[in-house]
Design a protein around this ligand. Structure first.
Ligand code: HXC
Length: 508
């Protein structure tokens, strides 16, 4: 064996056969196996395979392992360049040392300089305990680069094992975090420390498993069944994303069903006659997106709003839609935060936003108010208002109160604002309005019914808004995809700039 082949084999062996077997026994792939699945076949070009950690005490000198617990490099996904680093749990538990951090920051710098997405795969035990401050400094360098790259190149984190201590904060600053069910968990401090400090007994899964972060905390954007599914879905996601904030939108072949000529008459009966009967807004998204292909973000969290990527005529759009089958599509703090972050991602990367509105308002009550609904709701308002990307909004049914304004209304620089004939736009629903205005008649059912009908006729129709130009046109549901496709084509040359500022001050 030549010297080079020998060194390569040594690096590729990672922490050795036994540790690799243990990794497989847990249902996890190794760092190199993961990269191979993520990237186009044979496209991986590795950096720094022979880097070793610097001499430290605590018995590590005897165990220098080339690569130092992280595999880094670049390759392609469907022919487009991406940078990648994957922590190797078989080497010192994937923990971060000074040299390990330098390998990651080199890749971060390369990705930023070359304006291409970066994907980090995490399976690690935090700071290399033997290194102390050198490891902490390494994290700081990684974090700083995460922040500088934010909004310039897409940054994606995939959690495929333990992710503790310093390892959680780099993913937290990236655009998306994905987890694998049952084998991955994220927490700042693990169950043992929790027990010591708070006397709370909790398992790793209960503290920071995918079932917590993809559903409850919303730290994770989605969870997948296993490593293979997660990595294949990352390939799918990258296909939707531009390489950077100045790169052109990926332009895939348009779907065979056509865009600007499309008509789907099944949509004419999507909205039920009874305004309180729910329907699934995802059907409308599927019938608007090419081939019904929709990559949903945070599908298990705040399900009363649906966000994710699709394509129209081969080009990426971000869909945001109130979901009538969950809490009647009401906006609460979680839904507002979820959608605000998504809208801002789209705006960073020039992805047009298509918004479907069916919202009865903001959720009333002490739980929401005490939890800061005003501030969280304002996030979505702020995000839509600052966004300069093409914005197309379609009101399918209710658009009540402040939620009407917030959901990409004309007043927040909506480019094209359409309404279906079933749309109802008002300060509130007819019954609530009449019960306030005509409180004296509350016991007279006939009077209230007549007033309610009168209110519906006079205020709820989409034509009231259309008469003022707040709605550009009342369209038939079957022509939605056609109108969206036409609108996006027209808006391709849109230029709109916000006044110069260092940065805004979004309510956090
Ligand atoms: C050095 C580490 C390590 C670490 C694990 N290993 N974590 N080596 N530094 N941080 C090594 C172990 O010694 C072991 O080596 C191998 O990795 C696998 O670890 P196991 O414990 O056998 O695996 P498992 O049972 O699966 O448990 C995984 C784990 C646990 C939950 C991650 O190892 C663990 O709790 N590690 C410590 C986590 C931690 O407290 N990190 C510091 C966080 S503070 P051998 O040779 O036996 O295979 C931090 C501060 C940064 O990160 C803050 C910046 C903001």
């Amino acid at each position: 064996m030549t010297k080079l082949a020998e060194r390569r084999a040594q690096a590729e062996a990672g922490g050795g056969e036994k540790r690799v077997e243990a990794q497989h026994a847990k249902g996890k792939l190794t760092a190199r196996e993961r990269i191979e699945l993520l990237l186009d076949e044979g496209s991986f070009e590795e950096f720094d395979m022979f880097v070793e950690h610097r001499a430290v005490d605590f018995g590590m000198e005897a165990q220098k392992i080339p690569g130092d617990g992280v595999v880094t490099g670049w390759g392609t996904i469907t022919g487009r360049t991406v940078f990648v680093f994957a922590k190797d749990f078989t080497v010192f538990g994937g923990s971060l040392s000074e040299t390990h951090a330098q390998k990651i920051t080199k890749i971060q710098d390369m990705a930023l300089r070359n304006r291409a997405p970066i994907i980090g795969i995490f399976d690690a035990g935090g700071a290399r305990i033997q290194e102390g401050v050198a490891a902490l400094a390494g994290y700081g360098e990684v974090f700083q680069r995460n922040v500088l790259a934010s909004g310039v190149i897409p940054q994606i984190s995939v959690i495929m094992g333990p992710c503790a201590g310093g390892d959680v904060y780099s993913p937290a600053m990236t655009d998306f975090i994905f987890m694998v069910k049952d084998t991955s968990y994220m927490f700042v401090t693990g169950p043992d420390v929790v027990k010591t400090v708070t006397n709370e007994t909790v398992t790793a899964e209960e503290l920071g498993g995918a079932s917590i972060h993809a559903v409850r905390s919303s730290v994770a954007d989605r969870a997948y069944e296993n490593d293979v599914e997660a990595l294949l879905q990352m390939r799918r996601l990258v296909d939707f994303l531009p390489a950077s904030n100045v790169a052109p939108m990926p332009d895939w072949p348009a779907d065979s069903a056509g865009g600007q000529e499309a008509r789907d008459f099944s949509l004419d009966t999507l909205v039920p006659d009874n305004p309180n009967t729910p329907y699934d807004i995802k059907e409308l998204i599927a019938k608007t997106a090419d081939d019904g292909d929709f990559f949903e973000i945070q599908e298990a969290h705040a399900k009363n709003i649906v966000v994710g990527f699709g394509r129209v005529e081969g080009r990426t759009v971000g869909f945001v839609a109130n979901q009538p089958i969950v809490l009647a599509g009401v906006l609460d703090s979680d839904a507002s935060r979820k959608a605000a972050r998504f809208v801002r991602f789209c705006d960073c990367f020039n992805i047009p936003i298509v918004t479907f509105v069916d919202v009865p308002g903001f959720l009333p009550g002490t739980a929401q108010e005490y939890g800061g609904l005003i501030k969280h709701g304002a996030k979505l308002l702020y995000a839509y208002a600052e966004a300069t990307v093409p914005k197309i909004t379609i009101i399918t049914r209710k658009a009540f109160g402040g939620a009407y304004d917030v959901m990409a209304s004309k007043h927040l620089r909506g480019d094209l604002n359409f309404a279906w004939p079933t749309a109802q736009i008002a300060v509130m629903g007819a019954k609530g309005a009449v019960e306030i205005i005509f409180r004296a008649d509350i016991d007279d059912a006939a009077k209230i019914a007549a007033r309610t009908k009168d209110y519906e006729d006079r205020f709820l129709s989409p034509f009231v808004a259309a008469e003022r130009g707040y709605i550009d046109e009342v369209i038939m549901p079957h022509s939605t995809r056609r109108r969206v496709a036409l609108g996006l084509a027209m808006l391709r040359g849109k230029t709109l700039e916000n006044p110069w500022k260092k940065h805004g001050n979004i309510p956090l």
